[in-house]
Design a protein around this ligand. Structure first.
Ligand code: NAD
Ligand code: WQD
Length: 337
């Protein structure tokens, strides 16, 4: 298939391009490079062994630009990664987050419809479950109260697309609810490249390991978990990338609406991740227990059986590979791209 990949220069998009090409698909990337670097696409091309990845620098809110792109190319489906994703920043800049994520998706969907491309895979998030009512979380678990504008945009956009698919069953819509993607491509050539102080656990750990930060703050050790620190379902970004290739099957089958949790089904605490990183990479990670972070929940991990059964997709990598590959990327690229 020929796939439009919005936000394809970003962390998950760049890894997904590799899996798409490996599976025989082709892609065109649209990204405004707000949170990414075109060097990522150059390296993706190098890993795949093609001269370049077709890329157009454009903002998906720019209707004219999208119209031109759809007039010049034929797409079988869109994988829609483009969006702003920093939880803390979304609390400080709600209008920017709502405007970019909602409006960008509205324009994209409208232009897709106009050009008769009604197949989309959307990057959703475990955040839509809020503080989950069921652990492990199944797709039947009711959506919860999101504590930040970023999460609200994911939850609302899911609903917008569900309503659109209901109104026009020609749409094939796959909502992938990612758990906690970490790690990097095993080549060490592409990986996560956060601006400023990392918000997320693994990039913070790797920046401590490489000497950019003094110590990790562990946000709370009084949660009702075995060691008191928060438990999450970390998933290797290469596994997450391959889930998108598998999700294209739901589109090929014209499945209508399909929702999948994309995680490993295993929960690891903050200290388990830190200790795995130290053991696998033989580097020290000084840490300090800090107060809880506002908006955090105690435990979040999924039941990934639905994706296993319906898509034939299952995570292949464990926490050791996640720690190995995250460190391989960071130590070879201490300043990112
Ligand atoms: P990322 O920031 O690395 O990638 C997003 C890309 O979208 C960036 O390259 C950015 O420049 C681009 N972009 C943003 N707004 C745009 C616009 N208006 N027009 C064109 N391009 C635009 O983030 P990521 O980690 O790769 O996440 C990809 C998607 O997955 C996002 O939608 C994110 O919300 C979602 N997601 C991420 C995680 C995570 O932990 N990384 C978890 C769940 C869901
Ligand atoms: C993981 C655990 C922290 C940093 C976020 C978004 C979610 C999704 C994935 C996009 C928690 C602890 C963290 C640190 C720490 N993104 N921690 N010290 O919060 O589970 O999910 O990213 O959709 O929407 O909310 O991930 O990596 O920030 O935190 O102790 O410096 O690590 O408290 O228990 P989170 P995270």
């Amino acid at each position: 298939m020929n796939i439009l990949v919005t936000g394809g220069a970003g962390f998950i998009g760049s890894h997904t391009l590799i899996e798409l090409y490996k599976a025989g698909h082709t892609a065109l990337v649209v990204d405004n490079l707000y949170n990414s670097n075109p060097e990522a696409l150059r390296r993706v091309a190098e890993i795949i062994g093609v001269p370049e990845i077709p890329f157009i620098k454009a903002d998906i809110r720019d209707r004219e630009a999208l119209e031109d792109i759809f007039s010049a190319h034929r797409f079988d489906a869109c994988i829609h990664f483009a969006g702003l994703k920093a939880v803390g920043e979304s609390v400080a800049k709600p209008l920017e987050y709502y405007e970019n994520n909602m409006n960008g998706t509205f324009v994209l969907l409208d232009v897709m419809r106009h050009h008769g491309c009604k197949n989309i895979i959307f990057s959703s998030s475990a955040t839509v479950y809020g503080d989950p009512a069921i652990i492990p979380i199944t797709e039947e678990c009711p959506k919860g109260q999101c504590t930040n504008p970023y999460g609200q945009t994911k939850s609302m956009l899911e609903q917008v697309m569900i309503d659109l698919q209901k109104a026009d069953p020609e749409w094939n819509l796959v909502l992938l609810r990612y758990f906690n993607p970490i790690g990097a491509h095993p080549s060490g050539r592409i990986g996560e490249n956060p601006n400023g102080i990392p918000n997320n656990l693994m990039p913070y750990i790797t920046q401590v390991a490489v000497g950019k930060r003094e110590r990790l703050g562990v946000f709370g050790n009084d949660y009702p978990t075995p060691d008191g620190t928060g438990v999450r379902d970390y998933i290797h970004v290469v596994d997450l990338a391959s889930a998108h290739v598998a999700a294209l099957k739901a589109i090929e089958r014209k499945q209508g609406l399909a929702i999948y949790n994309i995680g490993t089904g295993h929960g690891y605490s903050v200290l388990e991740v830190v200790n795995a990183f130290i053991r696998v990479n033989k580097v020290d990670i000084p840490y300090q227990i800090m107060p809880r972070r506002a908006g955090d929940i105690a435990i979040c991990y999924c039941n990934p059986e639905k994706a296993v059964k319906e898509l034939g997709w299952k995570a292949q990598f464990g926490i050791d590979e996640m720690c190995r590959d995250a460190w391989n990327w960071q130590k070879n690229n201490p300043n990112g791209y």
